[in-house]
Ligand binder design. Sequence first.
Ligand code: STR
Length: 495
Amino acid sequence: MWLSRPAQLLCDAWSPLNQTPLSGPLSTHMAWFLCLCAFLALALLAVHLKLRLSMHGPQEPPHLPTLPLIGSLMSLRSPQPPHVLFKGLQGKYGQTYSLKMGSQSVIVVNQHRHAREVLLKKGKTFAGRPRTVTTDVLTRDGKDIAFGDYSATWRFHRKIVHGALCMFGEGSASIEKINPEFEAMLDYSQGIVDTVAKDSLVDIFPWLQMFPNADLCLLKQCVSIRDKLLQKKYDEHKANYSDHVQRDLLDALLRAKRSAENNNTAEVSAESVGLSEDHLLMTVGDIFGAGVETTTTVLKWAVTYLIHHPQVQRRIQEELDSKVGRGRSPQLSDRGSLPYLEATIREVLRIRPVAPLLIPHVALSDTSIGDFTVRKGTRVIINLWSLHHDEKEWKNPELFDPGRFLNNEGTSLIIPSSSYLPFGAGVRVCLGEALAKMELFLFLSWILQHFTLSVPSGHSLPSLEGKFGVVLQPAKFKVNATPRAGSETNKCQAC
Ligand code: STR
């Protein structure tokens, strides 16, 4: 029989040392039986592998309904701000899902494992930035660091700014000086925050810029005020530039530009790294804008929550009184001995992250997130709001509780969950993280050493909702700052 030879071989192999070879009809049946078993095992294996592949193999993320031209916009109409809406959509579509903004594919990530994969494990693959109408107006077509696409120029700029921020950070007089142009900056900056990078219709459908657009008009006005200020600073610095003195970030950038220009041979020539005047101005614009908007926003949220939670305020003041006293102002060197204040800052950054959707990332090549395939050019939105309010990671996430960032004894700081990324992470992590933490500490410790904050009588507690934009700002509110007993400062009311 044609099958008996392999069957015989099987039998041969399986009968140890071939001492009692089987023969006759019994061996034929046995051979058939073994062949059948082998065949069944192979078939089962194939089915199992196929199932595994379809369950865990490359697949598209769950998708919101889409229509031609407008994409998923119908499913995104909601009174809720985008970060809250995106968190809610997890119930129906899972933690990572995709949608279309017009014709643009977008993946929304609502959980820390996938967020860490995008930002850290595959940081370079996802280091791209989308170009939009509003960010192009703000940054002269992406010539800055925050909104600029990933490139050699971008990496070079970031490196210089990183170095300069380290150099002019701790211990620098520049933190303490209040610039007289600061007020003007706050003004134009608010106009920019209100109009830029908030996925407005003109960013989704660029052809809409043909029509009159109030937001785009305001943005252009504010950008032109900003540009005049930046140009003035740039010209002053250029006129007084010396190779031997570096006063600030702009000096550091100018020096890098000059040394690249003088270096004709090396690959870091001025053209190859693209250190144009525009790039320098836009980078400085970023640092000014980010520095002003982020710190003031976190401070406003901190004041909001301290008014809502007077017991937290009292505990910070007790800590300040016992560790610093009233005789001197708190200094950066006190940070280590004021864990409750530090925990409060961490909790403010958790419960109301400055940028609840970070800035969108773009996949620079075909790649994946978890088991989902991601095509080159797809935008990825990390919903930090979902990470910071994930019920599986945080007990009562809507409750303001600085204690969650302290150990059981309340003596040292902890990060209780991996689902905490207030400054982003990876290649595009916030450059000002260390500086921001120092500023927040200095401002808050000084305020609470001198004042107790409360809501003026007749006013209701400030809203906790926030106005969505490129930063999440609290609505305007009134606050009473009452000097603490033993403090000579006068009572004041601010808004
Ligand atoms: C604020 C307003 C302004 O004048 C300039 C800028 C550009 C940089 C932006 C900044 C903005 C808002 C906060 C941003 C920052 C870059 C990084 C930072 C978006 C629009 C955050 O990611 C929080």
